[in-house]
Design a binder for this molecule. Structure first.
Ligand SMILES: CC(C)(COP(=O)(O)OP(=O)(O)OC[C@H]1O[C@@H](n2cnc3c(N)ncnc32)[C@H](O)[C@@H]1OP(=O)(O)O)[C@@H](O)C(=O)NCCC(=O)NCCS
Length: 160
């Protein structure tokens, strides 16, 4: 294995958002298979989430702030569970350890907030992702179907 590429991993900021959204749009592996909910988050949601204790949104960058990958992780401090919503690396920068570094940093960040369990969903055909999670110490559980439903949000008074 070559020596891992030197990258910096930082919290997602406004300047990264467009590239992260583009990266997600170009990652068919992230799609759930349900057309009606094939959405990614709005720029403002990503920024708000990144600045909250309920999220660990990190970007991997090379020199000159070139974004090469990202991880989007939600954290629930009550259940102490973290969920990896998405991890993605630009195709030409794959297989040099960036995905592994993103996972390691996200785990470290949630662990420092008290998290004791982290999980992810991976399509059974997604070999690179299966290998990534296996190599970084994740145990594989059962296969499930993805069920979802879009709800009409009701604005809470404290959101106004
Ligand atoms: C899954 C994904 C994030 C992996 O990212 P990555 O940066 O390529 O991951 P890594 O480089 O850490 O590991 C990939 C491979 O590179 C190898 N590798 C890791 N470090 C290396 C290094 N320093 N030198 C050479 N090879 C290395 C690993 O052994 C691994 O090989 P394997 O797949 O045969 O086990 C990437 O393939 C991707 O973006 N896929 C599309 C989106 C996706 O599927 N996301 C997951 C669903 S949420």
């Amino acid at each position: 294995m070559d020596e891992a590429v030197i990258i910096s991993i930082t919290q997602l900021q406004r300047k990264h958002v467009a590239t992260v959204i583009e990266l997600a749009a170009n990652s068919p592996e992230l799609r759930t298979g349900n057309g009606n909910a094939a959405f990614f988050w709005e720029p403002s949601t990503l920024i708000k989430w990144s600045e909250s204790e309920l999220g660990v949104l990190l970007v991997a960058s090379k020199q000159h702030d070139e974004v090469v990958g990202a991880i989007i992780c939600g954290y629930n401090p009550i259940s102490r569970d973290a969920y990896i919503h998405a991890i993605m690396v630009i195709p030409k920068h794959r297989a040099v350890g960036i995905g592994s570094q993103l996972i390691a940093r996200a785990e470290e960040t949630v662990a420092m907030r008290g998290c004791n369990h982290i999980f992810a969903l991976v399509h059974p055909s997604n070999e690179s992702s299966i290998n990534l999670f296996k190599r970084t110490g994740y145990d594989r559980g059962n296969m499930f179907f993805y069920y979802e439903k879009t709800l009409k949000a009701i604005q809470r008074s404290d959101d106004l």
